[in-house]
Design a protein around this ligand. Structure first.
Ligand code: 5GP
Ligand code: MN
Length: 346
């Protein structure tokens, strides 16, 4: 049914590691999103059902709109449970690194993971994976790590062991990393997989509502405010939205409240590139999020101007300086990319 895109030698190697493993640790990136949590919990359910001890550890808290996921209350956050997490990592015989390509993406956990004696496997869809794992399953052409976890389980020959709970987690990651199947989602096999997940009993419409339609009133009002102050650059086919710390406190901002804002300017006719600059409340920096449509490489712009990276149509970075300075850098980037922006087909 599905094309076996993962090299069989890697599957065989992983299968052998799995057979021998008793204590598995699954880790994902800082500020975990739907794909980080979905892929991790999907794999967790599969391993638990296979009678392995498994623990999911992420660097810090994940958004409330993912907390309905079955058994997600067992997820450990490293910043609050360092001692337990360090012990689990040191005792693990297998560590699965999901949805990140560079060791610094797991923040303070990096040293513990690098020092651990366990076998390590990377399953990810970001470009240019660093070689910190013995097995690297890296497929940037696949739109989510959750899809890769599904494919891995299938190629291991265990598609029949995927439960409804496992399927719900995998579906969530596939859905969130494609904006509800509105971008990076033209691969027909995605829909074969969704068919399989539906046959496990998931309610995809309910999952959509649980993830996307659970916002607070203040979050919606903040969105209105941010859109009121949005700047559009018609001659560059671009738009910019910003959020200061002062605005955040004025709208009772909590982590995750601005999730998805960066996508909204792309609904304007003619806009190819959207940028969101947000003053961070913890570090003295500006968090940059970029989104594009068509072939415009916002990961290139992120790397060149904001020391960041990511995917062709969704990327980000960090800027150490003021919001005004970050805005100036963005305007420089717009000028530098003007020819490409004008050429990009929407
Ligand atoms: P978001 O805008 O949702 O925070 O991030 C979108 C994508 O951009 C992420 O999936 C990740 O691939 C990439 N990204 C975000 N922030 C950074 C960053 O600071 N550095 C790098 N290299 N990539 C980032
Ligand atoms: Mn992902």
């Amino acid at each position: 049914m599905l094309t076996n895109i993962i090299e069989q030698t890697k599957i065989d190697h992983f299968s052998q590691w799995l057979r021998d493993a008793q204590n598995v640790v699954i880790v994902s990136h800082v500020s975990p999103d739907g794909d980080a949590i979905g892929s991790s919990m999907g794999l967790w359910h599969f391993l638990r059902d296979a009678n392995k001890r498994a623990d999911v550890i992420v660097p810090n808290a994940f958004p409330d709109f993912l907390k309905w996921m079955p058994k997600s209350e067992h997820i450990l956050t490293y910043d609050r449970n360092k001692d337990i997490a360090d012990r689990l990592i040191a005792e693990a015989d297998l560590i699965c690194c999901l949805d990140f390509n560079a060791i610094r993406r797991i923040d303070a956990m990096a040293d513990a993971i690098l020092e651990a004696d366990a076998n390590k496997i990377l399953i990810d869809h970001h470009l240019y994976p660093e070689p910190f794992c013995g097995i690297i399953i890296s497929h940037p052409e696949i739109s989510s790590t959750s899809e890769l976890v599904f494919r891995t389980i299938c190629q291991l020959g265990h598609s029949d062991k995927i439960t409804k709970e496992c399927a719900e987690c995998i579906y969530t990651g596939m859905m969130t990393d494609t904006g509800g199947f509105t971008y990076n989602s033209n691969n027909r096999e995605i829909y074969l997989i969704i068919g399989e997940l539906l046959s496990k009993g998931i309610d995809k419409d309910a999952i959509y509502r649980k993830v996307f339609n659970t916002y607070s009133e203040s979050r919606l009002r903040l969105m209105g405010h941010v859109l009121t102050t949005m700047q559009v650059f018609p001659s560059h086919h671009a738009a910019l939205i910003t959020l200061t710390k002062r605005e955040q406190s004025g709208f009772n901002y909590i982590r995750g409240d601005s999730e998805g804002f960066v996508n909204i300017p792309l609904t304007i006719k003619g806009v190819v590139l959207s940028c969101f600059l947000r003053e961070d409340t913890e570090k003295p920096m500006i968090k940059i999020s970029l989104r594009s449509v068509g072939n415009f490489p916002c990961n290139k712009l992120a790397a060149e101007f904001f020391n960041g990276g990511g995917h062709l149509n969704a990327s980000g970075g960090e800027f150490y300086g003021t919001l005004a300075e970050a805005r100036r850098v963005f305007l420089q980037a717009l000028d530098a990319y003007k020819p490409l922006l004008n050429e990009t087909e929407r």
